[in-house]
Ligand binder design. Structure first.
Ligand code: ZN
Length: 150
């Protein structure tokens, strides 16, 4: 089990050091800012939809390893997904990090994102892990502006 934990942390550290899709998208991409005052994480998510499908997605911001890695892995996961799938994955990811039972099917959908399951043992970190997702949800529902975890 200890080894598995280390492996998980490797993935999180890798994404926090070399975040994927770390860039803005030009207009008319949607964007929303997320802010987690508890930790100081700030993340802006950019998403371009085409026929309700996530064509491009990126993010910028600064924050702890968990929030950055979660944002990075989220962008990798959601590219090509429909907006509806993206929101469903958010629900599944939220259940995972808050320690709610995740169905085997949901676990399979999340793939690499399952590395965040350990976060449920650290409630204060849940907001770090879900920050980018909250911003994404705001962007998808059309609102610019800022979402705060508080
Ligand atoms: Zn954080």
């Amino acid at each position: 089990m200890a080894d598995l934990r280390e492996l998980y942390q490797e993935v999180i550290l890798d994404h926090s050091r070399k975040p994927r899709n770390f860039r803005t998208l030009p207009e008319p991409a949607r964007r929303a800012d997320g802010f987690n005052p508890l930790c100081g994480d700030k993340i802006t998510v950019f998403v371009r939809l085409e026929q309700d499908q996530v064509r491009e997605i990126g993010f910028l911001g600064s924050g702890c390893a968990i929030s950055t890695a979660s944002a990075s892995m989220m962008t990798e996961k959601l590219k090509g997904k429909t907006a509806q799938d993206a929101l469903r994955l958010f629900e599944e990811f939220h259940d995972l990090v808050t320690g709610k039972a995740v169905t085997p099917a949901a676990g399979e959908d999340l793939g690499k994102l399952k590395v965040f399951s350990g976060v449920c043992e650290f409630p204060i970190r849940v907001k770090c892990a879900t920050l980018a997702w909250h911003a994404l949800k705001a962007a998808l529902s059309g609102g610019a502006g800022q979402v705060s975890t508080e």
